[in-house]
Design a protein around this ligand. Structure first.
Ligand code: F0G
Length: 442
């Protein structure tokens, strides 16, 4: 089964060897897909094989990515695979969130329960494996924090040097702490994620350093398994809709590719709609879609959901393609809507980081606008763990969350307060039994 790279631009479609060190098409700068000459003639049998592998102790079978290896067959040497038993994430029913959003039932697939706490691990196992196949010694990425945490961990496992480019002061502490602990060289750049992305692209183009942002199509091959695992967990019952946050747009792109391939290969006979939710002031895809623009409309991004604070998303064309293939859509939600939806996800005992909550907020909005029907079978993908950004959560519950804050060494000004609609503030109480019983109402 041979893998190769192919330019996604319809008037180019150039094919390139899978081991070429290129990020984009050398002829037209288009994005690249990993393509295969698949040899799957009995999808039903393969579904059974996937199921049986859940009982196996083989390292590849224990991974929620490599268990589905026939659908991403770019690595023919199992010994080269770098895995941390990623994927294997649960699907939870979320009655609080369903009622809040106005749906009869809602399910959450929690990618935040991955080894480093985000969906990036599904992609990174594939990306770092490809780096190893290409004998790379140094890997790099720009990040809003989760890609870097994941890359740092997988590079450490593979014995590679990791270099990460992060916007100074703009990533959550949980994420920063991870890349420091995993030994990555951490470059805090002045400027935002989009500038960090530009720098890392230039540097990896000119040197031997291997780029592991989601412009790297091997990353997206790993992320396809979020959809594949979801369907396998549901006994291949296809949901009507999958809702996902949109930042650099790698995840939504990989969902589109997974769904299209599963459909073309005969695994599914219907395509779930990929619905992408962005923050209102970090909304380049939404603007591009609604303005019917052939070029990306870039924005200067602002949101407290720092994971998706991105104004110039690399994979926007693939995300457009995902929506086109699946009759999907993109919408935006406000900071207030994100904060309240996050609190609701918490009430279901699940929890997530702010960017993930765009999903539930988006579903609520799309039910109100009648884009989503209350009977629909919807899965929201929670992308990151609650513990990634504890400051946000604690500030919300203490009625202390603001959209804008100005720092000059110390906090100077805060503006645009977010209402803590569902606050659950800690209660200060004396260390006295009587006082505690009084608070408990007992
Ligand atoms: N949710 C979380 C928790 C993320 O970390 C990201 C992206 C997204 C959603 C958006 O996903 O980029 O595939 O559209 N974080 C990247 C990072 C950009 O550097 O960690 P996307």
């Amino acid at each position: 089964m041979s893998a190769y790279l192919q330019c996604i631009e319809g008037n180019c479609q150039k094919k390139i060897a899978a081991n070429a060190k290129v990020h984009v098409c050398p002829d037209c700068s288009g994005l690249l897909d990993v393509m295969y000459d698949f040899e799957i003639d009995d999808p039903g049998k393969l579904k059974q094989t996937f199921q049986q592998r859940r009982l196996s102790d083989d390292l590849l079978d224990l991974s929620g990515v490599w268990r589905y290896r026939e659908l991403l067959p770019f690595c023919s040497d199992p010994a080269k695979v770098v895995t941390m038993q990623e994927g294997n994430t649960p699907i939870y029913e979320a009655p609080y969130c369903a009622e809040y959003a106005g749906l009869k039932r809602l399910h959450l697939k929690h990618q935040g329960l991955n080894p480093t706490g985000s969906f990036k691990d599904n992609g990174m196992t594939a990306g770092v494996t490809q780096a190893r196949l290409m004998h790379s010694r140094i890997v790099a990425c720009a990040s809003t924090g989760n890609t870097s945490a994941s890359m740092a961990a997988y590079a450490a496992r593979a014995g590679m040097k990791a270099v990460i480019f992060i916007p100074d002061q703009q990533i959550a502490f949980g994420k920063l702490s991870q890349s420091l602990d995993y030994g990555a060289l951490t470059l805090q750049l002045e400027g935002d994620f989009d500038e960090a992305m530009k720098m890392v692209k230039e540097i990896t183009e000119e040197t031997e350093v291997y780029l592991l942002n989601s412009i790297n199509p091997f990353r997206l091959e790993g992320q396809k398994t979020i959809i594949i695992e979801m369907l396998a967990q549901r006994g291949w019952k296809i949901p009507d809709r999958v809702v996902v946050p949109g930042g650099n747009l790698g995840n939504s792109s990989s969902f589109g590719k997974a769904i299209k391939e599963l459909h073309d290969l005969g695994f599914i006979d219907k395509m779930p709609m990929v619905t992408i939710i962005q923050a209102q002031r970090a909304n380049p895809l939404y603007r591009t879609l609604t303005d019917h623009s052939a070029r990306l409309i870039r924005v200067e991004a602002h949101t407290l959901a720092t994971a998706i604070k991105i104004g110039n998303p690399v994979s926007w064309k693939k995300a457009m393609r995902a929506m086109e293939w699946t009759s999907g859509w993109c919408d935006v939600v406000s900071e207030q809507e994100i904060a309240d939806a996050k609190a609701m996800i918490g009430r279901d005992g699940v929890g997530c980081e702010p960017a993930s909550a765009t999903t539930v907020a988006g579903i609520k909005k799309l039910i109100q606008t009648k884009e989503i029907d209350k009977d629909e079978d919807v899965i929201a993908v929670l992308t990151g763990n609650l513990l990634k950004d504890p400051d946000y959560t604690v500030n919300y519950h203490q009625n202390n969350l603001y959209e804008k804050a100005t720092y000059k060494n110390e906090l100077i000004e805060r503006k645009d307060k977010i209402q803590s609609t569902y606050a659950n503030a800690p209660v200060k109480v004396k260390a006295s039994k009587a006082e505690i019983l009084k608070v408990l109402g007992l």
